[in-house]
Ligand binder design. Structure first.
Ligand SMILES: [Mn+2]
Length: 495
């Protein structure tokens, strides 16, 4: 460690130094230089970790596959920076998905650059220099200083941990300037500095589409991570059932809070805002306010997923009777949605179109709506120029799942909606939604919303339901809920 830290490389130009003062910015008064020198000396040296990221070899393969798909181009993939919540308070940082897919790196501000070269090109990860005790920013910069935010890996340790060549982010502008007349493709919208520094080109769209399409097939590391996320999600659903007696008479926030506790403890976070919809709130597709009352006799639609530490997310929905037993009307609607989901899941296989699950499920729903007396003629309704059943089914049955809950959104439409291949993971999630004021629906069904959602891996021979550990059959759900209530439940202290 240096005894004269203030003269070390200044990585924080916004905090100028004079003979006696260091300016920290904002409303903070200047800091005495003597204090900065005291704060940046007398610390034991830090030793870089020899750890290696568990997915490093997979990330290297993905970079090679990307470079092979877009030869001759320089590819620039930034992760983005912390987003301001208010003033000097940021949202928790989540890396840009394409960047993370190619590196495994979770630190903000980094940029991956792949330049064309022999074979699969040459990858460099640009990482901010550490604001450790060798720099005055260690103490004067509350956003990046390691005294405030903890140690970062920095240029040296990141090279070892991510098994990639690294360079200081501070050199990136100069290096990009030296690329000359090579053609550059950029993932835009994540890093304003990068967006401003590099001219837009048609190759930008091709780069994000290519990444979206490469991400469709989950390698074995990704499949394992999805299994981890789903296993913790199953635990979270059990937590919610055990908390239901304490949630009754209170708001859906109890349910959201209990599930999200599991997500934060076992994983990184929830993969999307938890939908905890009691009673007729289940008919509001994006019900994330979760401020409705939890009432005996109603259904709870819980659409929730744990995002694991490697940022893959589950996306599971169950519709549960809050008192543990379906009423006859609830059970009729539930069994219809279940039959539709069974048909949808059965349709998933390599070589079939993406829409196969949707088409199979919706056919069952249309016929079931006719049996319930809600539509007249299912075949007529299913015609492309009519589709009147959609008043009650509302949404598509499938989307891709992975690092993003709606994964691979940048893939070209004909690829996303093309044939399924082994390694794809998609949801199958039909639903029926009878609004409480819908006069076209028999009164006993009004205010009932049911969705059942599972995460399905396409295999070489068919498919595997990754979330099968969570019961779906109504009898199995009732038995499972009763079993949860026989177990000791933690007192949430809600009185
Ligand atoms: Mn979903």
């Amino acid at each position: 460690m240096s005894d004269n830290p203030v003269t070390e490389p200044d990585v924080s130009a916004e905090h100028p130094i004079s003979e006696h003062w260091v300016w920290a910015g904002g409303h903070r008064p200047p800091v005495p230089r003597a204090l900065v020198e005291a704060m940046t000396s007398g610390w034991a040296p830090s030793v870089p970790s020899r750890d290696v990221h568990p997915g490093a070899t997979y990330a290297a393969s993905r970079r090679a596959a990307l470079a092979a798909t877009m030869p001759g181009l320089t590819l620039v993939v930034p992760t983005g920076s912390a987003k301001v919540r208010a003033n000097d308070t940021d949202y928790r940082f989540r890396p840009g998905t394409d960047f993370f897919y190619l590196t495994g790196c979770v630190e903000p501000d980094c940029v991956l650059v792949i330049t064309p070269g022999a074979g699969t090109g040459h990858a460099t990860l640009y990482v901010p220099e550490r604001r450790d005790a060798r720099t005055h920013a260690f103490f004067t910069d509350a956003r990046y200083g390691e005294l405030w935010v903890g140690a970062r890996r920095g240029v040296i340790e990141a090279a070892q941990y991510y098994q990639i060549e690294t360079a200081p982010l501070e050199d990136l502008a100069k290096h990009l300037g030296e690329l000359g007349d090579t053609t550059i493709a950029v993932v835009r919208g994540f890093d304003a500095t990068i967006d401003a520094a590099l001219e837009p080109s048609d190759h930008d769209d091709r780069l994000v589409a290519t990444l979206g399409e490469l991400r469709l097939v989950k390698d074995e590391f990704e499949q394992r991570q999805l299994e981890v996320a789903i296993a913790h999600t199953v635990e979270g659903f059990g937590d919610v059932v055990r908390a239901l007696p304490q949630a009754k008479g209170r708001s859906e926030r109890v349910i959201e809070g209990v599930f999200n506790l599991r997500a934060r403890v076992e994983g990184n976070d929830v993969g999307y805002d938890t939908i905890a919809a009691s009673g007729a709130n289940a008919t509001v597709l994006h019900w994330t306010r979760n401020d409705g009352a939890v009432r005996d006799g109603e259904l709870l639609l819980l659409d929730a997923g744990v995002e694991c530490d490697q940022l893959y997310t589950a996306d599971v929905t169950r519709t549960l009777p809050i008192n543990g037993v379906f009423s006859p009307a609830q059970r009729r609607v539930y069994e219809l949605v279940l039959a539709a989901q069974d048909a949808g899941i059965a349709a998933v296989a390599p070589g079939v179109p993406f829409s196969a699950a949707h088409d199979a499920a919706v056919r069952v729903l249309a016929y079931g709506l006719a049996e319930l007396g809600i539509i007249d003629d299912p075949e007529a309704s299913l015609r492309p120029d009519r589709q009147t059943h959609r008043r009650y089914t509302l949404h598509g049955v499938s989307h891709m799942l992975g690092l993003d809950v709606h994964d691979c959104a940048n893939a070209r439409n004909d690829v996303y909606r093309g044939e399924l291949h082994a390694g794809y993971v998609l949801t199958v999630e039909p639903g029926l939604y009878f609004q409480k004021n819908d006069l076209t629906v028999p009164e006993e069904y009004r205010g009932i919303g049911v969705r059942i959602e599972d995460d399905i891996l396409v295999t070489e021979t068919g498919s595997r339901n990754l979330s099968a550990a969570l019961p779906r059959e109504p009898d199995a759900i009732e038995a499972w809920m009763a079993e949860q209530w026989r177990r000791a439940t933690p007192d949430l202290g809600l009185h």
